[in-house]
Design a protein around this ligand. Sequence first.
Ligand SMILES: N[C@@H](CCC(=O)N[C@@H](CS)C(=O)NCC(=O)O)C(=O)O
Length: 206
Amino acid sequence: MASLILHEYAASGNCYKIRLTAAHLGLPLERREYDIMQGETRSAAFLGQVNANGRIPVLQVGNDDFLPESNAACFYLADGSDLIPHDRFERADMLRWLFWEQYNHEPNIATVRFWKGWVGFDKLSELQQALLPGKQAAGEAALALMDEHLERRDWFVIDRLTLADIALYAYTHVAEEGGFNLQPYPAVRAWLDRVAAQPRHIPITA
Ligand SMILES: N[C@@H](CCC(=O)N[C@@H](CS)C(=O)NCC(=O)O)C(=O)O
């Protein structure tokens, strides 16, 4: 495989997903850190060369290929491996959870974590303060749906870890940093322990 560079902000769950996927696959990643609190992903150089959308993570493959969007980067790394189901329907079902994560989970659980844990309530704009209760409620709904799903199975899609588990683990295991209480979700807590017990697991701080 060509050289792999992860343009990232290490505390971001979206960036951690890619590091965790690479760890499971034994793939070396070079890491380049950007301070998103200082707007480093909004510089002309970053917008022109790395991601016109002004966000990390971006996986750089070789010299010239840049892949933004965390779940796309995980898919690139894991393509052909056992982290992606080989059955056609199960592969699509895994993608279902990756899309769900980006629409129902991350915009709520990750955003609340960032707003409360990084920015701070007082520094949020009036609009962000007004949006917060809705995002908290939507985050709770996402956790409840995950818990119900996991009551009947150990993993999200098939009988082993897939990218669906990795993508959903990233922000769920740090949801309490955004004020979410995981106590009412025992199936989610058991699944978090299961993911963390996998042989090649690495923590978000690694
Ligand atoms: N859908 C994107 C989300 C990327 C994203 O929101 N990145 C945030 C950090 S997690 C960021 O770069 N924020 C800095 C900014 O918007 O300036 C993904 O999954 O990679």
